[in-house]
Each structure stands twice: as structure tokens, then as C-alpha cells.
Design a protein around this ligand. Sequence first.
Ligand SMILES: NC(=O)c1ccc[n+]([C@@H]2O[C@H](COP(=O)([O-])OP(=O)(O)OC[C@H]3O[C@@H](n4cnc5c(N)ncnc54)[C@H](OP(=O)(O)O)[C@@H]3O)[C@@H](O)[C@H]2O)c1
Length: 313
Amino acid sequence: MKKVLIIGSKGMLGQELISVFEEDSDFEVTGWDREDIDVTDKKDAQEKIEKLKPEIILNAAAYNAVDLCEEDDKEFEKAKSLNGTAPGNLAEIAKGIDAVFVHYSTDYVFGKNMPEIPEPKGCSGNCGGCGLHENFEPEIGFEEDDEPSPVNRYGESKLLGEKEVEKKGKKYYIVRLSKLFGKPGSADGAKKSFFDVMLEAGKKNKEVKAVDEETSCFTYAPDLARKTKEIIESKKEFGVYHIVNSDSCTWYEAVVELYKQAGIKTKVIPVSGDEFPRPATRPFFSVLLNKKLNPLRSYKEALSEYLELVNKD
Ligand SMILES: NC(=O)c1ccc[n+]([C@@H]2O[C@H](COP(=O)([O-])OP(=O)(O)OC[C@H]3O[C@@H](n4cnc5c(N)ncnc54)[C@H](OP(=O)(O)O)[C@@H]3O)[C@@H](O)[C@H]2O)c1
């Protein structure tokens, strides 16, 4: 039996990691949340983890208040501590006990620059009409080794975490995801995902506005949890991975899909990001390309599974 420790176990992702690993009798699972460990306290974390001696540590604890840390310096310090320094310390603790360490990051480490638009195979790039462009649909997005360039403080704090893990860790996976959805976490004050918020809005209103920008991918928490286990069990090379559901979209496109699947007749009006001013700038485009793993199913299929679950409750 392999001992696995899941930190942030009451969060949206943490609770799915617990389910996926507990289903498998090869793993002995310990879940810790804020009341069991404070990952920002290195001494406390080190003592507790060294006593437990897990062979695998998954860190799903995070600071996710994107706008709050943009406008409040104290909150930004908290974000840097939880998203930046703490993952580095956990990676170092994992290295000390020879454990595999998994840390989660975000598409928001990108956004200042647009990704390169690839040329078709065989085209020199300065072809002036090589004929290979016909019917060529380039896959545009950020690859795992593209240079990050965050546009907001939350993104900066998560990028700091990636760098700290790379600096202090040894056997680590950094998994970037975007727009997580699934059952809200069980911790007090757990945030609902975009789809849950828009389901409620659709039931109450005749029309809703949604930003038709900020193209990126959704990630279904149970799919990400299963893929995490697969990476570990198949002993993939350590490093950075992108795990998101297939089919990128804007917020507007996602709401249209949601209402279609849920049979909600509310009118959806596409608007620009300027109609919803928020303290933190969002990346205009932050699609993550998965170049290292088999792709996950479309977010549309995952959403349909999630809606079935919601309707059962
Ligand atoms: N949600 C998204 O859309 C999204 C997008 C991209 C990347 N990600 C990344 O995906 C990962 C999982 O996100 P999530 O949405 O599942 O997070 P979440 O629901 O906010 O869960 C995080 C958990 O960590 C706990 N926690 C907070 N501070 C802690 C501390 N000092 N020590 C120990 N535990 C602490 C939280 O407790 P409290 O609730 O009591 O604070 C919460 O239970 C994170 O790395 C996040 O940055 C998320």
C-alpha cells in the first residue's frame, strides 16, 4: 500500500483527489485541510509530514481570490505566501523524504503575450504562398515549456510557486489547469464554479450577459483527479503538464452550451470584458495545449455528466 497525502482535501479539487485515490485499495489516503495543517507554516508542515511519511504528496491548497489580491497589498502577501513560498517548502519537504510531489498551477501564468501561430509542416514560415496553408487549422495555445507572462498578481503568485517548486523540489509534477468546475468544496465558504453560478442566474433571469472574450479551457475536477493518478502510476517524466478538458471557448460560449444542455431558455447576451470591470486584468487568451498526455474528453461531455449529478441532488 502506498501512502498518499492530499492537502487542501476539502477544496473542489482536493475532495475529488480523495475519492479517486480512496477507490483504489493500493493507496492509503490521508486528507488534510486548513484545520489539520497550515502549509504557510514551514515548521508545522515539516513536522506533520515527516511524521506521516507519505510516498506521494498532492498539494491542492491555494489562494484563489483573483480580484481581492489585486487591489489589497496585504492579500497579495497572503497569495504569495500560500501560492508561492508554501509550495516550494512542501516540495523541499517531499524531497527530504523522497516522496513524489504534485502541485497545481493555472493558465493565468500566461496572458501578457499571445502564443505563436504554428506554420503547417513543411512550410518555412516566410513562404509567401507555399500551398500548405489550405485547410490547415493551426492549434493555437500555450505549450508546457512556453515562457509564462502573467497579467495579474494572482498569476504572479502562482508563477512564483512554480519557480519555487522547480528550485527546491526533485520528484515533482507541476500541473496547470484552468477554469475548474465540479461539486463545490466542503470547506466553509467554498466557492461555486462558474457553471453553478450561471445555472442559478439562468433560473432567476429572463436574460443574462456573458463576456465573449478570455478564451480558455475548462477543467472538470473528477477528470483532473483521475489524470493526476494516471500520471503518477504510469511514472511519467517529472515536470510541467497541462491538464484541461478539450474544446476551448469564451465565457459566453460556455453559458450558451450550459443552457442548451440544461434546457434553460434564458437569453444569453455576448458582451465585452469592459461591461464587467474587475480589479484584476484577465488574460484575453489563455488556452493551454496538452502536448505530453492523451487529451481529456470535451468539456461539453464532462458538463453533461456534471449536470446529471446536480439533478440527482
Ligand atoms: N478554481 C479554479 O478555477 C482554478 C483555476 C486554475 C487553477 N486552480 C488551481 O487548482 C488548485 C485547486 O483549486 P480549488 O479551486 O480546488 O481550491 P479551493 O476549492 O479553494 O480549495 C483549497 C483548499 O485549501 C485550503 N487551504 C487554504 N489555505 C490553507 C492553508 N494555509 N493550509 C492548508 N490548507 C489551506 C482551503 O481552505 P479554506 O477554504 O478554509 O480557505 C480549501 O479547502 C489550486 O492550486 C488552484 O490555484 C484553480
